[in-house]
Design a binder for this molecule. Sequence first.
Ligand code: GN1
Ligand code: MG
Length: 379
Amino acid sequence: MNPFNSVNQDVQSTIETISNEFAIAGEFVEGHEINSGLINTTYIATYEMPSGEVQRYILQRINEKVFKDPLAVMHNVECVTRHINWKVLRVKKDLGGQTLNLYPARGGRFFAVGKGGGIWRCYNYIEGCHTYDIVENTRQAYQAARAFGAFQDLVCDIPVQEILETIPDFHNTPKRYQRLMEVVEKDPCGRLKNVSAEVDFVRQREKVCGRLIALMEEGLLPRRITHNDTKLNNVMIDAETDEAVCVIDLDTVMPGLSLYDFGDLVRTATSPAAEDETDLSKVEMRMPMFEALAEGYMDGCDCLTKTEIDHLVYGGKVITLETGIRFLTDYLEGDVYFKAQREGHNLDRCRTQLKLVERIEEKEEAMNAFVRRVAKGRR
Ligand code: GN1
Ligand code: MG
């Protein structure tokens, strides 16, 4: 008997029904949910092909509370996957590996409409790979950063106006700051009393929040097409060789700053602690991991300007602060955005982020000196 059938018949039939909307040849065998990501719901469907070969597919329903215009998300994902596939084939052959492919729905579009109107898409499952929540060695850190650097390079010639802003002001840290202060003012769930230290910590760093956006507005940092969710577990890593194979989760591809992309790698790959760790003494900024990230990103991406390179470390600091602000805002609002599995989950997440900001500040000089050395060696 298929073990998954007895576990959850509803999930099985949801997956089977929706996967049959896509142009997959073969028979549905089983499906199950994978618990990764704080926003979308993701399933794996296994099919037996007419040849007897077994193939797996990723099915995802777009979270419409977060992505108010799912078809705009699909437009962006289609544009970027088409562009990358074309370039990997013809221009950047050396990148090797696999790329993310959207499967067409029956009828030719790249999405299907599920029961109740949800928008679903189907991707190829990348076999033989893992994603990591915590980086295990500098090779993985280097590889992940090189892959996201290469991603930045691959999309750098898509005109910015082709890509839609699916979540307005997504990485606009000063706006995230303002929004937190509004929620602090209202204290809608009576939770403010638990977080005065966190709010003070953020208040002291108001200026930090605004710096990169100000440079962009002055024309000193280029607005590019960026991934915007470059956390370590959004790159598939070959289980045997530790080589990065494919960048995933393209939903938040939007116009933005490369520094937020590099920064989210610093946020997610330098600390050995989980994002929701409650023992804050485990939060660290591991210099060897940072060095591997900086080298990897610069090796993967040729298009960075001097001002971008000069602010790579700042990017790490700002997005870690921003993510702390977002978790804190959500905690105060009653956990309405990020999936929370326990009481205070978003507050725990906020605390690891703010602790990491502190750890980055302690090493900021050394981190900047390292980037300068690497950049000088390349000139
Ligand atoms: C969300 O769902 P996931 O894990 O891919 C969030 C990111 C945060 C991240 C924190 C659309 O990403 O911005 O950095 O959680 N995505 C969205 O883990 O808000
Ligand atoms: Mg995501």
